[in-house]
Design a protein around this ligand. Sequence first.
Ligand code: PMV
Length: 340
Amino acid sequence: MKQRAKWQSPSNIALVKYWGKKGFQIPSNASISFTLSNCHTTTQLDWQRAESTSFEVYLDGKRNESFEPKIETFFKNIIPLFPDLANYSYTIETTNTFPHSSGIASSASGMSALALCICSLLQQLGKIDTDFYETASNLARIGSGSASRSVYGGLVEWGEHEDYEKSSDQFAIPFKGFHPVFNTYQDTILLVHEGQKSVSSSVGHGLLNDHPFGTQRFEVAEKNMSKIKDILSSGDLDKLVELIESEALMLHGLMMTSTPSFILMLPNTLAIIQKIQTFRKQNDCHIAFTLDAGANVHMLYPEKDIDKAQQLIDTELIGLCSNGKYICDKVGNGPIEIEC
Ligand code: PMV
């Protein structure tokens, strides 16, 4: 029997953000994201029966020992759910379509791709007794919360919320019934900073415990999840712009008001934000920004605004990007299993 699985899995960008945990990889609030198309990770997992688990990780064809402890911790955390996984040694070969150090979160695509490969192994062992993707999302969540949302295409919700039927803190669910305008929504990622961010997401999440605005944040996020459900169903883009920009700034506002505080935006992040907002006012369009936990700006807009967005990039934004770099992406269809 073949002892190999290979999956391509995309990154995602949250519209309502997950920031803060209330237990081991349990989100303090529900979140919702677009799955991307071009920014993805391809991972091949090879396994062999062994006395004890061991790992070799290759990034772009080269052994990368610095990733191995993270993978080892991930396996340690999922083995209690699927003890059979302890009986193998693993080789993991992974490549990203975007530069690893570009500041684009590779953990969502990377952990979801690996989780899907592990599910292929578990399926072969006959150990998956619930839905394949639900299991993959649950495993991906254990590696990186946002990765739970990368196992589906389109719009994806994660975290228990009364307005989202079958929503769960354990795994993400696809959000169906959204307006067709979102089938072709665009995301241009303006690279402001290429390199590791100064504070990791896990440290940032931790600072939400005892945060002076934590409780208020979780209440607002809960309400924003209700609001965005209506917005995504009706296609009300004016309301979408307002909500996603507020979410992005709130995320960074939480970072700036943590103890210790930290700032991940850079001067050009703010310059880009201001240019986007000014351009939108002057050009009757729906070009908006959102931010991840980093300095790069995701410019989100409907297909009808593609020409205007390109004009904005060419005339105002390109000079603010690191080495003039940006990545054109859009909503994608989710992971693909690759024959191997
Ligand atoms: O998945 P993590 O632990 O790297 O956290 C990601 C958090 C944000 O990207 C800032 C927000 C989100 O919901 O993706």
